[in-house]
Design a binder for this molecule. Structure first.
Ligand SMILES: Cc1cc2nc3c(=O)[nH]c(=O)nc-3n(C[C@H](O)[C@H](O)[C@H](O)COP(=O)(O)OP(=O)(O)OC[C@H]3O[C@@H](n4cnc5c(N)ncnc54)[C@H](O)[C@@H]3O)c2cc1C
Length: 506
């Protein structure tokens, strides 16, 4: 096993993390003659597949070249959400005067303490994904780069593993934009930004998608002078425009310098400074900063797997090709998670892993297209979404009716000072069947699950209207949308019938 895997800084927290996710003294097991399942990649998709399959009695091998837990635990969801929570703590103290509370010294961020907190919490979560825990679950854990040597064998750490079925769950990494001078000037990605111990005084964030927006807002709150660069007319270009506009307003209030509709033409170095040469329409300008954080999308980890030897088709942009049952072009080999999905989320990787267990081991017929996948961007306020967007419905010729409730009409939101936000629910026109929803609110991610449950369970707005929501809660917004739908059922004809009945009863 290689000793070349490090996490910086090499403090006690990162040492604990490493002991769990890549112990340096790990001894790989001796492989049996054949495994039911060989899982390549120990991120969410691989971990769930391995644990679920071993729990059902399968002989399972799990191969990881770097850190068990993959992106989410090590360089994704977990560290980013820890930083976001510290950033929110700062914003809460900054805004206390609005609540009648004066904090005499004001708010100040100790960046090194913020990062240490993140490392401590990440380490404290890491036993869940640890090599030792998986060995305890009956999984054979191997560290090293996996490489197919035939349609039914994988090589790792000098050993050949023969399999009945295999799963490629190798995830994705930060895409490298082809910007001249960027590599020479040096830049951060999600793989390095969580190793910082000193706050960059001036930070440019290239890419205004979810990762860029979340981290730009957090670093601005920590005190960096942040410029967020996007090449569309709005941040979070895939999200509902009104929702993105609200987040935009808040991010600007946090001090982020938003530069939209611009491209980075090249990057130069001037001593310790970096210079971003921008082109916005016909105009050029320069931006001088100390660090650049790049978050312009994800590239699938297909390299080094020797997929050709296994007959698995792939491309560098979309990753491994799968059918609806998550089977690759080699019928024995499946894929799950970021490597094969446009839904690059931990919960999507988890859901796909469950499909793979059924289909690979038990002749199941579960389909990825049957999944209803919500998601959330953890800016403040958050944007959560599930199902169709308005423009998608239009493009697909699906007639919809949209109901909107603003949080300024929801008592709890008003009392909490969280009235900037709204919920939009789209139903199939003429029915109460929910086709999609967007929530923009401080805890939008917590609210989207009620709507997702309704969609999965085939429950419409009429059922939600009958569901009692405690007063006062933010989730009352969902009930208010359902009430608004119910009011549309009160047509002039029904109303005139009611009036006649009530007149007769007088
Ligand atoms: C900054 C950031 C924040 C995020 N925040 C969220 C969030 O809040 N919520 C959310 O749902 N999602 C979030 N995501 C996305 C989430 O992290 C991914 O969707 C998730 O990790 C995908 O899991 P996976 O198992 O498909 O891949 P990964 O987690 O990438 O795991 C793949 C594993 O395979 C290993 N591997 C690759 N090639 C080989 C090989 N040849 N041999 C052996 N091992 C190999 C890799 O080392 C890696 O450990 C975030 C991502 C980033 C970058």
């Amino acid at each position: 096993m290689s000793d070349s895997v490090h996490v910086v800084p090499a403090d006690v927290h990162n040492q604990t993390l490493l002991n769990h996710v890549h112990p340096h003294d790990w001894v790989s097991p001796e492989p049996p003659s054949r495994y039911n399942l060989v899982v390549i990649g120990a991120g969410t998709a691989g971990l769930i597949t391995a644990a679920g399959s071993a729990g059902l009695g399968a002989r399972v091998a799990l191969i990881e070249r770097e850190f068990m837990g993959g992106d989410c635990l090590n360089v994704g969801c977990v560290p980013s959400k820890a930083l976001i929570r510290s950033a929110r703590a700062y914003a809460q103290v900054r805004d206390t005067a609005d609540y009648g509370v004066n904090v005499p010294a004001g708010a100040a961020v100790n960046f090194s303490a913020v990062m240490e907190r993140m490392r401590r919490l990440r380490a404290s979560i890491s036993p869940n994904d640890s090599a030792a825990r998986y060995r305890g679950l009956g999984v054979d854990v191997y560290f090293g780069q996996a490489r197919f040597t035939s349609p039914e064998t994988v090589e790792v750490d000098g050993r050949t593993l023969r399999f009945r079925k295999a799963v490629v769950a190798t995830g994705a990494r930060a895409a490298k934009p082809p910007i001249p001078g960027l590599a020479e000037a040096g830049y951060l990605t999600n793989e390095s930004v969580f190793s910082l111990t000193v706050l960059p005084p001036r930070l440019a964030v290239v890419g205004a998608g979810p990762i860029g927006c979340e981290l730009a807002q957090a670093f601005a709150r920590f005190g960096s002078e942040v410029t967020l660069l996007g090449n569309h007319g709005q941040i979070l270009p895939k999200e509902d425009r009104d929702a993105a506009k609200l987040v935009e307003k808040e991010v600007v209030r946090d001090g982020v310098n938003l530069v939209l509709d611009c491209n980075v033409a090249r990057v130069d170095r001037d001593g310790s400074e970096k210079i971003i040469r921008l082109r916005c329409g016909g105009r050029s300008s320069d931006l001088r900063i100390d660090e650049i954080l790049v978050g312009v999308g994800r590239a699938p980890n297909v390299q080094g797997l020797n997929l050709e030897a296994a007959g698995v088709e792939y491309n560098e942009k979309e990753g491994v090709q799968v059918n609806d049952r998550l089977q690759t072009t080699n019928r024995r080999i499946f894929a799950a998670g970021d490597i094969c999905s446009r839904f690059k989320f931990t919960h999507a990787a988890d859901a796909m892993a469950r499909i793979v267990i059924q289909n690979a081991l038990f002749l199941g017929r579960a389909k990825a297209s049957a999944l209803t996948i919500p998601w959330c961007t953890y800016t403040d306020p958050e944007i959560a979404h599930v199902g169709l967007y308005e423009d998608e419905a239009k493009e697909r010729g699906i007639p919809i009716q949209t109901f909107v409730e603003e949080f300024r009409h929801v008592d709890r939101a008003v009392l909490d000072g969280d009235q900037d936000g709204f919920i939009k629910i789209h139903v199939r026109r003429g029915t109460d069947r929910i086709l999609g929803a967007t929530v923009v609110a401080r805890h939008a991610g917590e609210m989207i699950s009620e709507i997702t449950l309704a969609m999965v369970g085939g429950l419409g707005l009429r059922t939600i209207a009958k569901t009692i929501h405690p007063y006062p809660t933010q989730a009352e917004a969902i009930k208010r949308v359902a009430d608004a739908y119910n009011r549309t059922r009160l047509t002039p004809f029904v109303k005139s019938l009611f009036s006649k009945w009530l007149a007769w009863m007088r």
